[in-house]
Design a protein around this ligand. Sequence first.
Ligand code: PGA
Length: 255
Amino acid sequence: MRTPFIAANWKMHKTVAEATAYAAAFHARVDQIRNAEVVLAPPFTALHAVAAALAGSRVGVAGQNLHAEPRGAFTGEVSAGMLREAGAAYVIIGHSERRQLFGETDASVNAKLHAALGAGLAPIVCVGETLAERESERMFPVLNRQIAEGLAVVDAARAGAIVVAYEPVWAIGTGRNAAPEQAQEAHAHIRQRLAAALGDTAAGGCRIIYGGSVKPENAGALAAQPDVDGALVGGAGLDPGSFAEIVARSAAAAV
Ligand code: PGA
């Protein structure tokens, strides 16, 4: 039985004041939900303050990105150790916006994955096809490549810490979520590829979460699919009430 994993990716939203007000309003709404791992991913500037505001709650904190090196002359970058020290236990890697707007590749995703695992951060690795790739029947080869190259040479003993987020690019921020059956098809495929890369046991234990226009109205139907183990939420995660509702519905559907 995989514990549902539900994370809010705030992207470039919320000042420290806004972020801590959210954290305070949010954790009381979800702390009584026992069968879910719940995570907020604020921008770097608010990470420490959000972690402090959540201390003693069941809600964890994630970075939205990291650099693969532990330190050095990399202006504007943040290391895994810095994220840990600021209070993060998780980090998002290879979000499609990072891939599309900031030139990230499967190779950089892999380097970041190893840096995160080495520092004891649980990685949330994003994969997913564009609309053009889906329509030209390249979805499965794209997912295969993203998993084979992005998750290369991971020790099976550490693989259980990895969360894979299936985020079809055409569903992100568009209001057009994948149908639950489409998500299930992709997730089952991803689990099969994880089994090939990491072994059956590790693949069976990995949470594969869905992202792309998740809202309170569709969260339950998505999470009810056998290989959908939770959600990575953008827009609807910016409001504590709507994200708490998504957490509640995802956890209830997974039981
Ligand atoms: P969305 O974003 O929920 O706003 O579609 C999801 C994501 O980018 O992780």
